[in-house]
Design a protein around this ligand. Structure first.
Ligand SMILES: C[S@@+](CC[C@H](N)C(=O)[O-])C[C@H]1O[C@@H](n2cnc3c(N)ncnc32)[C@H](O)[C@@H]1O
Length: 934
């Protein structure tokens, strides 16, 4: 999950405005600032301001608080920052009393402080007044709790981050070293050395971990050896490290002949491809050497491989480095995929086995043959969590069978991945190795874990390459025969070739992950090519597919080739389950699989650097199995259903396709008119007064989404063919026609260019004369509970919107209903986070029961009531009136009444929720389209 950042404060915004390149501090920078503060001598008066600065508050904030203009504290020496924190420093020994005073201070409550903090420079205590957590530690240790205070910097954290300050700290220190080394060794930044640099960083991380966890027989062996054997000026640091690495790549039997220096002999043989290949080490300056020694002094026992992996990924990525420490996919989100995919089933089998040793043994055997495969594994967080969870279940089995210290039967190499980028791929493998060791320590004790740990297996089971081009079967084969990675692309071979057997062949295979989503407009040429190669032979609509469709498709192809015993589950953006893409993409997948489980839209905050609110779904697929019940998680509930549609509703597969005419007995809806005029046939309100009489006589109000929703007054010149000559009498208009003609002539589209000959008129005209038009904008914000629709006065021209001309008003009641917005948001999909309306896909497909005259009269009255409630607020705009949290009561009541009337027509009562609405609509749609077809 990308950590959510609260809206910036006014101060932060002001600071941003003054500093063009401003970006908020990331957790790594905050941790560093906090650690530096703890190293400085304690200054009782200054501490509160220093503390706030470390959490990304500006100097101006400090200045104002210091001057007292914003400091509302009622505690002597206290500093109270509204809605954030109340801090007080105190004389030695008075921390308890000071914290009590802060807690009881009326100002703490009235200023809505989130935290209170008291310190005397020796002891440090703090409380989170909303979350209820506390910190009580020595002053020197308070940086270890920096995660606790991250909300002060506007960063809302997940629990794991709060408890894992080590991972942030280590990421920050390694980042600093990485940057320093590249500065000193610019050639290592080149593409051809990038892999060496990444590999070097992975080696370092391993050494730091190993020296703190008894894997190296002496504690701190690596850091100490580098410190003692390399000169203070760092001239030979790289040579010392190279010898240590060489030792770790030399088998015991080859050591004598290898001529290793005495200091390197103490290092064990490691293998695991970690120390094989080039032993080159970048050169170190004194500064880089001191960074290295400092990193070595951290306690690497505390590393959490799934968190650390996610964070450290950004180190080697120039674009992502700014958000270092912000990447983190939380364990609960990963479990949304893994639990229903297979972990729930394992846990259930464990529960059913109880103390029955035979059943327990069966389960253990089953688990030892399970393969987990993430084709876009990043730094391996899904694989690490899957591994850790399975080891937890295995530990319970072994405990119940009286074999608590039994060696694990779950081979690490059954957890396979593909990752495009080199560094995350390195880290994924390392993260799994660390996870295995930590699980061994937990289950069997440190001694046993150490005894079994080295040497590491020689395989590399994380493949660095392009998953959409690689043959997944060769990376994750069903049998144990030796295989070699082959690329689908003859000209491109993956960097790392996997040539490795599965232990325990013939088990189940689970594909999982959160592959890159990437909408069609954002794909690179390379990615477009990936999609073309995959889909071209199957559909000509592939250009509009999200990149993640490639992974869903390959997963099902992979499953089809495996035959049985496979399932796949991914987190994806909900765009693949909405809109026109559904009917185009899903038939390609549903030929070989069905949806076994799904979780409907939830917010997942790790999808794009600047997007904190992407809505995601999880989709679990496997081969057909009519017997199994499918599971649908939606609106916080879990339902067992017989089938799940690609729109993630309960029911047999239904695909909604565009229709030229309405399916139901409703009025025709037309797209608006398009001028293609470079803006020259349009004017705004202020220009209206300066028109000559001829020009003014052709003026008509024009409405698109903006004009209708925000009440913006704009006009257009609407000149019928028959009036061209009259219009040309106006010099103003003639001048505008010139510009229109020029604009159209420059168009790359021949059809538009041809309209240069008639510059006085719109290119696309669908209007006709009418008494009344109902307008529906093409795009509108998802934050509203209802689609904005309304009436236009006669003579208005519709553009960038749809219109129903002279349609009975009950049509508007349908469009304004909850049922319709639910339908449209599902079948039309969204543009970013806005509803994207379409007459052919949203209106012409909308299933409406046969309406009696009475129904129509009731709905007409409802539409009138909605219009009257709006009218009562004139001149409030649609944008003002339809803010979900501030909708006027009478307007909301009018909509509720409309929904009540309409929903009774559908089912004789109100629907319980949107899920029920959608399911009824799909059911009716299936029935009505079936009837039409018949
Ligand atoms: C959304 S991330 C998920 C990674 C990880 N599970 C996490 O939560 O951090 C997607 C990953 O897919 C990788 N990726 C992108 N395109 C790929 C491709 N064609 N083949 C393999 N991996 C790819 C990216 O480098 C990135 O690490």
């Amino acid at each position: 999950m990308r950590l959510r950042r609260r809206r910036p404060s006014i101060n932060q915004l002001a600071r941003r405005a003054g500093a063009p390149k401003f970006r908020p501090m990331n957790p790594v920078e905050i941790e560093e600032a906090v650690s530096n503060l703890a190293l400085e001598p304690f200054d009782r008066a200054e501490f509160p301001f220093q503390f706030l600065r470390a959490f990304d508050n500006s100097d101006t904030t400090s200045k104002r608080l210091r001057s007292g203009s914003t400091n509302q504290s009622d505690i002597p020496g206290g500093v109270l920052q509204r809605t954030n924190i109340h801090i007080a420093t105190c004389a030695p020994g008075e921390v308890d009393a000071t914290l009590k005073a802060l807690r009881e201070s009326p100002k703490t409550t009235s200023a809505k402080a989130k935290f209170i903090l008291a310190t005397d420079g020796e002891a440090f205590q703090a409380e989170d007044l909303n979350g209820g957590g506390t910190v009580a530690c020595s002053y020197a240790e308070f940086p270890d709790h920096f995660g606790f205070f991250l909300p002060l910097a506007g960063i809302t954290t997940v629990r794991e981050i709060r408890e894992s300050s080590f991972d942030v700290k280590a990421t920050g220190r390694l980042n600093r070293l990485y940057i320093q080394l590249l500065k000193e060794n610019p050639d290592w930044a080149n593409a051809d050395r990038q892999h060496d640099m990444n590999h070097f960083m992975a080696r370092l991380i391993f050494c730091f971990f190993a020296e703190d966890t008894d894997i190296f027989l002496e504690e701190g062996l690596f850091t100490r050896t580098v410190e003692q054997m390399s000169a203070g000026d760092a001239a030979n640091t790289h040579r010392v490290m190279a010898e240590i690495f060489r030792a770790m790549d030399t088998k015991p039997e080859d050591r004598e002949a290898a001529g290793l220096p005495r200091y390197a002999i103490k290092f064990p043989y490691v293998n695991g491809q970690l120390f094989s290949g080039s032993t080159d080490v970048p050169t170190f300056s004194k500064v880089a050497r001191s960074y290295l020694l400092h990193i070595g002094s951290l306690n690497w026992k505390k590393i959490n491989p799934d968190i650390f992996g996610s964070m450290i990924q950004a180190v080697t990525d120039d674009e992502e480095r700014g958000s270092l420490g912000m990447h983190y996919t939380s364990v609960p989100n990963i479990l949304k995929v893994l639990n229903p995919l297979f972990l729930d089933d394992l846990r259930q089998q464990l529960e059913e086995a109880g103390a029955n040793t035979r059943k327990l043994l069966n389960l253990r055997n089953r688990m030892s043959r399970i393969r987990v495969f993430d084709p876009a594994c990043g730094s391996g967080n899904f694989l690490v969590i899957a591994y850790k969870e399975m080891r937890g279940i295995e530990a319970e089995i072994n405990k119940r069978r009286g074999e608590a210290d039994r060696r694990s039967d779950i081979p690490l190499t059954n957890f396979r991945g593909i990752e495009l980028r080199d560094f995350p791929a390195e880290i994924a493998r390392l993260a799994l190795i660390i996870a295995e060791y930590q699980c061994d320590v937990l289950c069997r004790g440190q001694k046993e874990a150490v005894a079994d740990f080295l040497p590491l297996g020689s395989e590399n089971w994380i493949t660095c390459g392009n998953a959409l081009r690689l043959d997944w079967l060769s990376i994750c084969p069903p049998t144990g025969t030796k295989v070699k990675v082959t690329s689908d692309d003859l000209f491109q071979t993956p960097l790392d070739q996997v040539e490795i057997d599965f232990e325990n062949e013939g088990g189940e295979t689970y594909v999982c992950g959160n592959p890159p989503y990437i909408g069609d407009k954002k794909q690179t040429d390379e990615q477009k090519l990936d999609m073309q190669r995959l889909f071209e032979a199957r559909t000509d609509r592939w250009r509009s597919f999200d990149y993640v469709c490639g992974f869903l498709f390959k997963a099902v192809e992979f499953g089809r080739r495996l035959g049985s015993g496979w399932s796949a589950a991914f987190v994806t953006t909900n765009s693949v389950t909405q809109g026109v893409q559904v009917a185009q993409f899903w038939p390609l997948v549903l030929g070989g699989a069905e949806i076994q489980f799904a979780e409907t839209s939830f917010k997942w905050a790790n999808l794009a650097a600047k997007n904190a609110g992407v809505t995601c779904v999880t989709i679990g697929l496997s081969g057909y199995d009519a017997r199994t019940r499918k599971i649908l998680f939606s609106d916080g509930t879990r339902r067992t259903v017989t089938a799940i549609t690609p729109y993630l509703t309960a029911g047999e597969t239904v695909l909604v396709r565009e229709r030229a005419e309405p399916l139901s007995d409703v009025s025709e809806m037309l797209l608006g008119n398009f001028a293609k005029d470079g803006g020259n046939l349009l004017i705004d309100h202020s220009e209206k007064r300066s028109l000559d009489d001829v020009a003014a006589s052709f003026l008509r109000p024009i409405f698109g989404a903006q004009e209708f929703i925000k009440g913006i007054q704009r006009y257009c010149f609407w000149i019928p063919d028959a009036k061209e000559i009259v219009a040309r009498q106006s010099a103003m208009l003639r001048e505008r026609f010139e510009r229109v003609a020029e604009f159209r002539r420059n168009s790359t589209k021949a059809a538009t260019a041809a309209w240069a000959a008639k510059p006085y008129r719109f290119v696309e005209i669908r209007s006709r004369d009418y008494e009344r038009a109902i307008i529906v904008p093409r795009v509108s914000s998802e934050s509203r509970d209802y689609l904005p629709t309304g009436l236009l006065t006669p003579r208005s021209i519709v553009t960038e919107a749809f219109a129903l001309y002279d349609a009975p008003l009950w049509n508007m009641a349908l469009i304004a209903s909850r049922l319709h917005i639910v339908w449209v948001s599902t079948v039309c999909g969204k543009l970013k986070t806005d509803f994207r309306y379409s007459n052919t896909l949203g209106w012409n497909t909308f299933p409406v029961p046969v309406l009696t005259e009475r129904n129509k009269a009731d709905l007409t009255r409802c539409a009138e009531d909605i219009l009257l409630a709006r009218e009562a607020r004139y001149p409030a705009t649609i944008a003002d009136l339809y803010k979900a949290e501030a909708m006027p009561e009478d307007l909301r009541r009018a909509h509720e009444a409309n929904d009540e009337v309409l929903e009774r027509i559908y089912i004789g009562r109100r629907f319980r929720n949107d899920t029920e609405r959608l399911e009824k609509l799909f059911e009716l749609y299936t029935k009505m389209t079936g009837k039409k077809a018949a």
